[in-house]
Structures are given as structure tokens and as C-alpha cells.
Ligand binder design. Structure first.
Ligand SMILES: [Cu+2]
Length: 113
């Protein structure tokens, strides 16, 4: 009986190991306040540094960030908060005011300081 349990947990362990740290998920994040290429670069390089983020694509024209991430390592909320900490709105998560005020003029929403 005990042996069986060990075998089962071994198999489960192997299965979990197979998928790495969980499956990759793709999320499209609304980045309504990005203005220029610098904004998209900042977000892309900021997210690239996060553990669990596999790929980041920012579409400046559509104002959407496509993020591929490992679901078991990081979740969407953390990614949104990281974008907010850089100074940009991410979905319903508003930019952190302090980070936003530190952005270059060209990266701010026209009319909003
Ligand atoms: Cu900008």
C-alpha cells in the first residue's frame, strides 16, 4: 500500500515536471495610456525581467500588450501591478501616481500631469 502511494506521487511529480512550472498562458492587457515607442519599450523591458514572463509584445497602435507567462509562476495581477509600477495603466489597474509623474513628458497622457 505504501509502495503504491509512493509510485503514485512519483508519477504525479513526473507529470508536473513535464509541464515545467505550469502551462504558458497568453494575456492581452489593455495599455490605454501608452503614447510612444519609449512607453512600449519600457513596459516590454520591465516585464521581461519578471520571473515567469516568457514573451512580451506591445502593440502601440492598438495599445495592447500581449504577454505570454507561466501560469504557475506568475499571475496576471502581478503583471498588471508591474506595469502600474512603471507608470502605465494596465487593464483596470491604474498607474502608480509616483511612477506616472516620473515619466517623460511625451509619455504622459495629453492633458494629464
Ligand atoms: Cu512614451
Amino acid at each position: 500500500m505504501k509502495k503504491q502511494l509512493i509510485t503514485i506521487s512519483l508519477v504525479l511529480g513526473l507529470m508536473a515536471g513535464c509541464g515545467g512550472e505550469g502551462e504558458n498562458k497568453t494575456a492581452e492587457i489593455a495599455l490605454n495610456t501608452i503614447q510612444c515607442g519609449m512607453c512600449s519599450d519600457k513596459i516590454a523591458s520591465g516585464l521581461d525581467k519578471l520571473e515567469g514572463v516568457v514573451k512580451v509584445d506591445v502593440d502601440l497602435e492598438k495599445k495592447v500588450g500581449k504577454v505570454v507567462y507561466k501560469a504557475g509562476v506568475i499571475d496576471l495581477g502581478v503583471i498588471e501591478k508591474a506595469i502600474a509600477a512603471i507608470g502605465y495603466d494596465a487593464n483596470d489597474t491604474p498607474a502608480e501616481p509616483k511612477a506616472y509623474s516620473g515619466l517623460d513628458m511625451c509619455c504622459k497622457v495629453p492633458g494629464k500631469n
